[in-house]
Ligand binder design. Structure first.
Ligand code: ATP
Ligand code: MG
Length: 483
């Protein structure tokens, strides 16, 4: 609030304002040259007695009245300060998953701020512009603004570091409060829905150490803008998530987005017509986003060498060329491996700010090494069958228990079988709301684990028997050749 010396200056300011008004009327009667002269000295006098500088940030800027980013960044920046100090506030609901209320200063309110020991004042105001003056029902247009006031000796500090700080903080708050989106592509265009997946790293079942390493990696990436600029690399990072179905790859992508507050672009490669469309899609993605290509091994069936090989084979088989063309058109996609590589690390990936690219696959060994080499896919993360540590996370999430007398049995069985977290989770889903539910769920899990163990044992026996048979056949062939 205006409490100290600036308060009296503020009053003095209004007095000077009044004088200026009279001066403006009075000066009409002076000759032009004399008027300019007096004007100059008058302005100097005003700056001398009123040593404060004011900057105004309008809600709308430019001829086309675009919404000003600076205005909204300031509004966000001031929200915390105003909720603590302003007496009249405006409230609005943020449509993120917590649906929080966000407070901001009401019109014609004032708050003060401090930066590196310097005091700064912010005031909110509004002008009413009457449009359509000839109409019977003129539409009044409210144009809001924030006015920043500071002493002229602090000019460099306020215009430089302070305003940088305000805009940066304001944008960060906006990102935190924004409603996140899940985009999917239809051909070469994105459409979106609100992203509201509840998965978090806390609820993700995997070994604690591995999980922490991924979290640290993601957080370090999101804060490394200066580092990437310094080393001259685009601010992006690639993650390859691989493992059997139901081990949490897609869940982890949602957890990543929730951790960093990013949007998700779920790219369906098979729906992209060609490399040009792929490039267009990438340019259309916004900063702070995760671009995901799920089951990359399946998408690549349609690309580069593999496709050419298939065509060659068809030609050899003597397929009708027209038939072939139709087939090609119906499949549509002509995205090539090199197109995809360009997409990831070519010049296009350098547009705009931070982006994470995630590939998921069930068959890592099927992927072209060029696609997943370090530098493209910087971090390879294996998601695997449910171990005891992962099970404990699930038990905590689903049954709200940290320990149980059946845990040791489950621990041993999990070590002897290959069950995915998705299957384990299925057994822990609440079946009936009854007392002692944990017992029922855990027993059902033990039964399933024992069954899986038995099946795996039988399968292994069967396979070794087959191997033995093949070995015997080969020996027989060798003997016949030798004879
Ligand atoms: N590691 C995990 N932690 C917590 N829940 C999991 C985990 N893995 C699987 N689940 C549960 O199983 C379901 C399926 O998992 P998800 O879709 O993430 O598997 P996926 O690895 O992406 O499988 P796919 O390879 O078939 O795409 C999820 O809805 C989730 O509830
Ligand atoms: Mg998946």
């Amino acid at each position: 609030m205006f409490k100290d010396t600036k308060d009296s200056f503020a009053r003095l300011g209004s007095l000077v304002g009044g004088l200026m008004f009279f001066w403006a009327i009075f000066q009409q009667f002076f000759p032009h040259q004399l008027k300019n002269h007096i004007d100059k000295y008058f302005q100097r006098l005003v700056t001398y007695v009123y040593p404060y500088i004011q900057i105004r940030f309008n809600e709308f800027t430019g001829e086309r009245l675009m919404r000003s980013e600076a205005y909204f960044a300031i509004e966000n920046y001031l929200s915390t300060n105003s909720s603590l100090h302003a007496k009249r506030l405006k409230a609005d609901m943020v449509k993120n998953k917590q649906s929080q209320l966000v407070l901001s200063m009401d019109d014609h309110e004032e708050v003060s701020d401090e930066f590196k020991g310097v005091k700064i004042w912010w005031a909110s105001g509004k002008n009413t512009v009457k449009t359509q003056p000839l109409s019977f029902h003129p539409v009044s247009d409210e144009r809001r603004y924030y006015k920043l006031t500071f002493h002229k000796r602090n000019r460099d500090l306020v215009i430089g570091p302070y305003l940088d700080h305000v805009l940066k903080e304001g944008k960060a708050i906006k990102v935190k409060n924004r409603q996140r989106k899940l985009y999917t592509n239809h051909g070469s265009y994105w459409s979106h829905v609100v992203f509201q997946h509840p998965a978090t790293f806390q609820t993700l079942a995997m070994e604690e150490e591995k999980k922490q390493e991924i979290i640290d990696d993601l957080v370090a990436f999101s804060q490394a803008e200066d580092f990437y600029t310094r080393i001259g690399r685009a601010w992006k990072r690639g993650y390859l998530l691989y493992g059997p179905p139901g081990t949490g790859k897609s869940t982890m992508v949602s957890a990543m987005a929730n951790l960093l507050n990013y949007d998700i672009y779920d790219l369906e490669l098979t729906a992209v017509r060609d490399n040009t469309d792929l490039r267009r899609l990438l340019i259309d993605t916004s900063s702070k986003s995760i671009i995901v290509i799920e089951d990359i091994d399946c998408s690549l069936e349609l690309t580069g060498q593999r496709k050419r090989k298939k065509e060659q084979k068809e030609e050899e088989e003597g397929k009708d060329p027209k038939e072939k063309k139709e087939e090609k058109e119906s499949k549509g996609s002509q995205v090539t491996l090199s197109g995809l590589l360009n997409f990831i690390d070519g010049i296009w990936s350098a547009c705009g700010g931070e982006r994470i690219i995630v590939f998921t696959t069930n068959f890592v060994e099927k992927l072209d090494p060029a696609l997943i080499r370090k530098g493209r896919m910087d971090k390879h993360i294996e998601l695997s069958f449910c171990g005891f540590e992962a099970f404990k996370v699930l038990a905590k999430n689903y049954l709200c228990i940290d320990d149980h007398h059946l845990f040791p049995t489950i621990g041993t069985l999990l070590g002897e079988t290959k069950m995915t977290p998705a299957e384990v989770a299925e057994h822990l889903m609440p079946k009936k709301v009854i007392h002692g539910e944990a017992d029922i769920s855990l027993k059902s899990l033990i039964q399933a684990l024992e069954k899986a163990k038995e099946e795996e044992k039988l399968k292994a026996e069967e396979e070794s028997r087959k191997k033995e048979l093949v070995g015997k056949e080969e020996d027989k062939d060798q003997n016949t050749k030798n004879d």
